[in-house]
Ligand binder design. Structure first.
Ligand code: SAM
Length: 209
């Protein structure tokens, strides 16, 4: 596995333990994941290939495979521990859904590009490197493809931003700024989590051709 992005080793260490409690705990704060797949389905008709970067334990892969029954779905993640949790959930889809154990530090599409690339709460953990990752994504998307992102946006509470930093999450508006700069938007919504404790973003955009 490449270690081109400097925080990769600490992330794999973090998820070695967190993979065990991930599905039990994350439903309580990773909001908007199901909604993102539903919104994407409104913009991407019959995609041939779908990629999720940082697929973790595979919750979105299941929803993507169900929402797009004709599509090949690939989940990529740098944590083997997270992928080990995802694998049993993929069995019912057979060869149509596959998992890649690697960091996203180079294009993976080959000749047939992806019609939909999903980032669900992964970009806010790639620090530094989220902007390079989005440039790689531009290369992996087909010209009519869509990038779909749900992620932490920001919090006005410094103690909360610090706590999220302990959990490898940077929430200073950097992800949305980069998305807006690099991808013409089809959808851009900012929502609140637990009153105004934090805000999260749903974004759909096209690659720049
Ligand atoms: C918060 S989890 C999100 C998992 C899943 N997408 C979800 O919504 O439940 C972030 C995931 O991104 C992965 N990740 C972080 N940086 C990555 C990178 N550079 N390349 C591939 N995966 C990465 C982590 O290993 C982790 O599984």
């Amino acid at each position: 596995m490449s270690t081109g992005q400097p925080n990769q080793q600490s992330l794999t260490g973090y998820y070695r333990w967190h993979a065990r409690i991930y599905d039990l705990t994350r439903w309580a704060f990773l909001f908007g994941r199901r909604r993102l797949v539903q919104r994407a389905a409104g913009h991407v008709k019959k995609p041939g290939r779908i990629l999720e970067i940082g697929c973790g334990t595979g919750k979105n892969l299941v929803h993507l495979a169900e929402a797009f029954p004709q599509a090949e779905v690939i989940g990529l993640d740098l944590s083997q521990d997270m992928l080990d949790r995802a694998r049993p959930k993929m069995e019912r889809f057979g060869k149509r859904v596959s998992l890649l154990h690697q960091a996203y530090d180079a294009p993976v599409a080959g000749e047939v590009k992806f019609d939909l690339i999903v980032f669900s709460y992964s970009l806010s953990m790639i620090n530094p490197g989220y902007d390079e990752v989005l440039k790689i994504c531009q290369q992996d998307l087909s010209p009519q493809g869509v990038v779909a992102v749900v992620d932490f946006h920001e919090s006005r509470w410094a103690w909360f931003r610090r706590w999220m930093g302990v959990n490898h999450v940077r929430m200073e508006g950097q992800v949305l700024a980069c998305l807006r700069r690099d991808f013409p938007a089809l959808l851009c919504q900012v929502h609140h989590g637990y009153g105004d404790l934090w805000r999260y973003v749903l974004f759909l955009g096209r690659p720049v051709i």
